[in-house]
Design a protein around this ligand. Structure first.
Ligand code: IPM
Ligand code: MG
Length: 347
């Protein structure tokens, strides 16, 4: 049996995770799911956002599947007590420094994107986001009555290991790597550039380019097809991956894999969407695709990962979608979408 630590979290988290579990159960019968508390629900139940039991379970599992956390109810807590802090601590404790966020446009549903069809057609890019360093984690950080401070710090090792993953990803794809930074202003970016240039000597077949983040934000909507792999630091990656989701058409479709540490963490890139929680209208596809990534990267099960991804592509091709997908022919609720994908996985 493979042990999967399941963290449903808050808002739509439980609804979407249930559908991912449904799909996983039809493709594999050797998974043991252990549910753990994290986020707002953990604060309400046991008084802390990341209970030790959750951390222990995550660290002793083969993979962690995570839904979403956070909500207005907990927004006024001190920063380190908020649900978001639990997620950051989990990422950091697992050591998952590499966050892979694929954004692939479904050519059967180009109208989903707010951009023109001819701009988004064939877009297939991967954001490789550094996840456990930079301004999210560096010291000093503080806030007092008069001032507040955050720091963006990166060591050579932190840059080197994420860059290596990005080069490896590019090697398996179209062999284009674009490093996104702010080297015209930031010292950290200058170091990133130096190390990437050095590392590129080991990957002569990968074409390395550099782009400033403001330009990248523009290029992503001007001509997203120019990108294959985008490598970037934590905060820029957070922002650009949300932007990339709009190229695809809905944030409800984008999955992510966080790897490089002891145990992989798999989560949709969207949040807990408290406004629609409990209505069963949330799109479970991003979470189902995250489960596919879990099979691929943590369980080495490419066959079933592909089976799930193909089922999702088929559903979209056949005109099915959820509330977030405005132009689809057949609107499904959360459970119906999970059922349909699960059914296609066994056909
Ligand atoms: C994401 C989210 C998180 C992040 C938040 C919830 C802390 O926006 O996974 O992109 O900023 O990393
Ligand atoms: Mg984000």
């Amino acid at each position: 049996m493979k042990k999967i630590c399941v963290i449903k979290g808050d808002g739509i988290g439980p609804e979407i995770i249930d559908e991912a579990l449904k799909v996983l159960k039809v493709v594999r019968n050797d998974l043991e799911f252990n549910e753990c508390l994290m986020g707002g629900i953990a604060i309400d139940t046991v008084g802390e956002c990341l209970p030790q039991a959750t951390l222990d379970c995550a660290l002793s599992s083969d993979a962690v599947l995570f839904g979403a956390i956070g909500g207005e109810k907990w927004d006024n807590l001190a920063r380190e007590k908020r649900p978001e802090s639990a997620l950051l601590k989990l990422r950091s404790s697992l050591g998952v420094f590499a966050n892979l966020r694929p954004a692939k446009v479904y050519n059967d549903l180009l109208s989903l994107s707010s951009l023109k069809d001819e701009i988004v057609k064939d877009v297939d890019l991967l954001v490789v986001r550094e996840l456990t360093g930079g301004i999210y984690f560096s010291q000093p950080r503080y806030k007092n009555e008069n001032e507040a401070c955050n720091t963006m710090k990166y060591t050579k090792e932190e840059i080197y290991r994420i860059a290596k993953i990005a080069f490896e990803c590019a090697l398996k794809r179209r062999k284009k790597l674009c490093m996104v930074d702010k080297a015209n202003v930031l010292e950290t970016s200058a170091l990133w550039r130096e190390l990437c240039s050095e590392l590129s000597k080991e990957y002569p077949s990968v074409e390395l380019s550099f782009m400033y983040v403001d330009n990248a934000a523009m290029q992503l909507i001007k001509n997203p097809r120019q990108f294959d792999v985008i490598l970037t630091e934590n905060l820029f990656g957070d922002i650009l991956s949300d932007e990339a989701s709009m190229v695809v058409g809905s944030i409800g479709l984008l999955a992510s894999a966080s790897i490089g540490g002891k145990v992989g963490l798999y989560e949709p890139i969207h949040g807990s969407a408290p406004d629609i929680a409990g209505k069963f209208i949330a799109n479970p596809i991003a979470t189902i695709l995250s489960a596919a990534l879990m099979l691929r990267y943590s369980l080495n099960d490419e066959d079933n990962a592909l089976k799930i991804e193909n089922a999702v592509a088929r559903v979209i091709k056949d005109g099915y979608g959820c509330a977030d997908m405005s132009f689809v022919k057949h609107k499904l609720n959360t459970k119906e979408m999970g059922d349909l994908i699960a059914k296609l996985c066994v056909q």
